[in-house]
Ligand binder design. Structure first.
Ligand code: TRP
Length: 456
């Protein structure tokens, strides 16, 4: 086993880390959310703003998280404990662990649907539909069935736990090295099928021809939220993965590659889905139901639809799995590092608790649909609290901590380790990074936070 001086595990290779971190980033956020968010916010102009947010906020904060983790070689709580004596910052780490736990609980519910849809696709049920609205009715009847939704949740969580309990190298790294290339091949196959459909160019036009009148302050906030979510930022997931990196590895180039992979996969997923949706003449602004309500109708009308429907839902499942692994790993790493649990026990116990917390989310679609708090069902409530509050707050505090508490100059000294040759040529890029983490990222994230709690 490759480990650091204290015997803690490390990634076996640089590419292992990049694939695992890209696996965390590429998930439901890219394949389920990105296309529908683009579809509902006007297409190309939104993509432009999104790319800007990824570049000036996402990448700098990702670098900050990976760097903090690699510096301390510990989980998020351990990271703040190593660099600060203040209880406040330890609590920020703890908030990250809690966010990871809560996100895992409902993320696994939606991931369970993608797993269940593999079985639906294999059974060929989409081909029994007689009207487009049947797809939506079928979806509602599946999620309305507590046995189906809980069964899929349990199955999905089980697979996630088995990979995480197998270890950083033997589980997460090995799994990512198999799953990420598979994901890429499936995605290219699905995209190729989409763009070769007659009439698909209308989808490409929608995606790449900007209509600036669609852009408002609200769009910018949605774009920033999406950039944050898709890069797994704000709760120490990237910090935890960074903590298994060696000081010989280059944090800057790895982070750039992770962002590049995540962004290209979101764009390819957009091309694949919109070329097909426009070719069939369906509504691009369907919203969160785009994948489960609209796509089955696309499959029934395309040549080879049976095979592509299976490939697509396997793709969605693989993307969700590598992300869920990172969520469980954050919580597991905390109990392994700080509470000295063994990894197997930590992954099994914590995964089971996340499963329990996932039950009310799963039941929000059936037995508990009338149970609401502040007008939201349990699923929507946990979603709202984490994505609109805990993650932006976490990202805001992480960038403040790095830039102002630990100190950006100390950070630069650490950043240089493993990136010496890059630093000789890229001095000005490093200065831009400093400005981004010190000012631009915290200010922008703070505005998003205010808007998501309804103050602006
Ligand atoms: N990035 C993942 C996606 O796009 C979701 C995710 C995984 C995540 N780990 C996270 C989001 C940590 C925020 C924080 O689907």
């Amino acid at each position: 086993m490759i480990s650091n001086q204290s015997g803690r595990e490390q990634w076996g290779s640089k590419v292992g880390f990049i694939l695992a971190a890209a696996g965390s980033a590429v998930g439901l956020g890219n394949i389920w959310a990105f296309p529908y968010v683009v579809g509902s916010n006007g297409g190309a102009a939104f993509i432009f703003i999104y790319l800007l947010c990824v570049g000036i906020i996402g990448l700098p904060v990702l670098l900050a998280e990976v760097l903090l983790g690699r510096t301390t070689q510990r989980n998020p709580v351990g990271t703040f404990k190593t660099l600060s004596n203040s209880k406040f910052w330890h609590a920020v780490g703890a908030m990250g662990i809690a966010a990871g736990f809560i996100i895992l609980s409902f993320y696994a519910v939606v991931a369970g649907w993608s797993l269940g849809y593999i079985f639906e696709a294999v059974r060929g049920v989409f081909f029994d539909f007689s009207a487009p609205t049947d797809a939506e009715a079928h979806f509602n009847s599946l999620v309305g069935n507590p046995v189906w939704i809980i069964g899929m949740l349990v199955l999905f969580m089980f697979v996630t736990m088995v990979i995480v309990l197998s270890g950083v190298r033997k589980g997460i790294e090995k799994g990512s090295k198999i799953l990420m290339p598979l994901l890429f091949i499936l995605l290219l196959g699905v995209m190729f099928r989409g763009i070769t459909m007659e009439g698909s160019s209308a989808g490409l036009y929608f995606l790449f021809n900007p209509d600036w009148s669609k852009i408002s302050a609200g769009t910018v906030l949605v774009a920033l939220g999406q950039a944050f979510f898709t890069l797994s930022l704000g709760m120490g997931a990237m910090m935890t993965y960074g903590s298994y990196m060696s000081k010989k590895d280059n944090v800057v180039s790895s982070s750039v590659q992770i962002v590049g992979l995540d962004t290209s996969i979101a764009l390819i997923a957009g091309v694949a889905i919109f070329s097909a949706v426009f070719a069939i003449g369906l509504d691009p602004a369907e919203g969160p139901g785009l994948i489960f309500h609209t796509l089955p109708n696309v499959f029934t009308q395309m040549a080879g639809g049976y095979v592509f429907s299976i490939l697509f839902f396997v793709l969605l499942f693989v993307a969700a799995l590598t992300s869920a692994m990172s969520l469980l790993e954050v919580v597991t790493a905390y109990f392994v590092d700080e509470k000295k649990w063994n990894r197997k026990k930590a992954a099994l116990v914590l995964g089971s608790f996340a499963l329990l917390l996932g039950l009310p989310s799963a039941l929000s679609y059936n037995l508990m649909s009338d149970f609401t708090i502040f007008g939201l069902n349990f699923f929507d409530l946990t979603f709202y609290i984490t994505f609109n509050i805990m993650l932006p707050l976490g990202g805001f505090l992480i960038s403040l901590f790095l830039a102002w508490v630990w100190g950006v100059d100390k950070a630069v000294v650490e950043l240089k380790k493993g990136a010496e040759s890059l630093f000789e040529k890229a001095g000005w890029q490093i200065s831009i990074w400093k400005v981004c983490v010190k000012y631009i990222a915290p200010i922008m994230i703070f505005l998003v936070l205010l808007s998501s709690i309804g103050i602006i």
